[in-house]
Write a new protein. Structure first.
Length: 316
């Protein structure tokens, strides 16, 4: 019998959860299933799930999202099943009886005496299922079991081409916030107050191509927003927000530095955004959608929603 990670987590929580949140319990399970680090490090550098947001961990727990292949493979490289058995055996005798009964109810042969070992074997198979994307080798039967629900990690959907949105000729109403900040940056560079799209016609040789690139980048990022919604659905609305958070955290120090004018600040932040690592976001693991254009476009989305308040050196 093959159980998923979510099956095991939900089965064990009443007896091993100790009042933890579902997200914390997921971390506890993986910590207990992995070897103890030699240096005592319990950071995300060892347990790869520690760097993920709570919503992601909740989705692992409730089964709406599997652990990613990359992270599952790392967990498997550091498996310590005896440690996991000890974790389960630290429960009371009554709890072990209850765990064994819960396993039997799911069609798994188990007794209080071997429940911990059975759970360790099931956990290993569950993580192996995640690591292979759509198949798991059942060590007891030497067969492969196909999962029924496809996920973004599977090879048939991973790296699905991103549908790029082309900027319309006319600026859309929802672009106005970042566009106004962009105009202010051009204006500060030229010493012109109230620099507008109409004013820019006089400076098209200097800023025309730059302006077109900014809109192209904005819509490249908007394409990712839409693709994220289509790929992960309503169960994971936070992934684009994670991307925004990672980008903001990577550029804010550059934004805060002194710059001669807003145009120079803008370009410095855009250059920095291309260097930002976004490893915490599933998008960089499941897709090839995030390039420099998308990263720069996220900066304009941050400006559009007010997270980045301005490019110029003083409030407008």
């Amino acid at each position: 019998m093959t159980l998923t990670f979510a099956d095991i987590a939900n089965l064990l929580y009443p007896y091993c959860g100790g009042g933890m949140t579902n997200a914390d319990f997921v971390i506890e399970l993986i910590d207990s299933f992995m070897e103890e680090p030699d240096d005592g490090d319990i950071s995300g550098d060892y347990n790869p799930l520690r760097g993920l947001v709570s919503r992601t961990l909740e989705n692992f727990y409730n089964g709406s999202r599997p652990i990613g292949q990359k992270n599952a493979s790392k967990i498997l490289r550091h498996t310590d099943k005896e440690r996991f058995e000890s974790f389960i055996e630290s429960s009371s005798g009554d709890a072990l009886e209850a765990i064994a009964k819960a396993l039997v109810d799911k069609g798994v042969e188990a007794t209080a005496l071997n429940a911990s070992a059975v759970c360790a074997d099931l956990m290993e198979n569950a993580i192996l299922l995640c690591s292979t994307g759509n198949k798991v080798a059942n060590k007891n039967t030497a067969t492969e079991v196909e999962t029924t629900e496809p996920t973004p990690d599977q090879s048939n959907s991973r790296f699905k081409p991103l549908k790029i949105i082309t900027p319309p000729d006319e600026v859309a109403e929802y672009e106005l916030s970042y566009i106004s900040k962009l105009m202010a940056a051009y204006g500060e560079a030229e010493g012109i107050i109230g620099f507008s799209k109409e004013t820019m016609n006089q400076y098209s040789k200097k800023y025309g191509e730059h302006y077109k690139r900014q809109r192209k980048d904005f819509y490249a990022a908007e394409s990712v927003r839409q693709g994220t919604r289509e790929t992960y659905g309503d169960t994971d609305p936070d992934q684009f927000e994670v991307l925004k958070e990672e980008t903001f955290d990577g550029v804010i120090e550059v934004w805060e530095q002194e710059h001669r004018n807003g145009y120079i600040r803008l370009n410095a932040v855009l250059a920095q955004s291309a260097l930002v690592r976004i490893d915490r976001c599933w998008l960089c693991r499941d897709t090839d959608w995030i390039g420099n254009s998308q990263k720069k476009g996220i900066c304009h989305i941050l400006a559009n929603d007010g997270t980045i308040k301005r490019w110029v050196n003083s409030d407008e």
